[in-house]
Design a protein around this ligand. Structure first.
Ligand code: GDP
Ligand code: MG
Length: 164
């Protein structure tokens, strides 16, 4: 059984794009279903001689982007229970949202190590600043990444790897 890295975050932050980049997958982007019944998709990944699985947990859907619904929370907890590490993906171009804060508050109470991937940070002049906004989530260092361009994913995986 390979160690599992769970990817979570609100819809549209770029989870599927990032998963495809991390796994080298050429599969079409799997659209998040509105709801919680979609099966989780495990994809093999490889970094610095280590094999692991990346699972896209699907979007954590909110009511009005504020309420982290109990059923969704339960689904996320199931995904985290089997994971060695979690990557919480946020949108660096959008900035911190109420939903991000809710998920972060919940994640800090879980026992799995969490790494914060601030996606869409490909702009060389702004990426670091966009990522720095997310220190306020209290999840430690925000990693500036771009799922489309692949920038920053090496540093992120280097941080995750010791926990696998
Ligand atoms: P998901 O709902 O979290 O799985 O997000 P997707 O991977 O489906 O991406 C949502 C949207 O964000 C799409 O329009 C992507 O093209 C865009 N996107 C994803 N990653 C990046 C990125 O690194 N930079 C930019 N600029 N856009 C991105
Ligand atoms: Mg997706």
């Amino acid at each position: 059984q390979l160690p599992i890295v769970a990817i979570l975050g609100r819809p549209n932050v770029g989870k599927s794009t990032l998963v495809n980049k991390l796994t080298g997958s050429r599969e079409a982007i799997v659209h998040d279903m509105p709801g919680i019944t979609r099966d989780r998709l495990y994809q093999p990944a490889f970094w610095r001689d280590r094999d692991f699985l990346v699972v896209d947990t699907g979007g954590l859907v909110f009511d009005d982007d504020t309420e982290f619904l109990p059923l969704i929370r339960e689904q996320a907890a199931v995904a985290l229970a089997e994971a060695s590490a979690a990557v919480f993906v946020v949108d660096g171009q959008l900035g911190v949202t109420a939903g991000d804060i809710e998920i972060a508050d919940w994640l800090r109470r879980q026992s799995v190590p969490v790494f914060l991937a601030v996606n869409k940070c490909e702009a060389p002049d702004r990426g670091a600043l966009q990522a720095a906004q997310f220190w306020e989530l209290g999840l430690g260092e925000p990693f500036a990444v771009s799922g489309i361009h692949g920038t920053g994913t090496g540093d992120l995986l280097d941080a995750v790897l010791p926990h696998l």
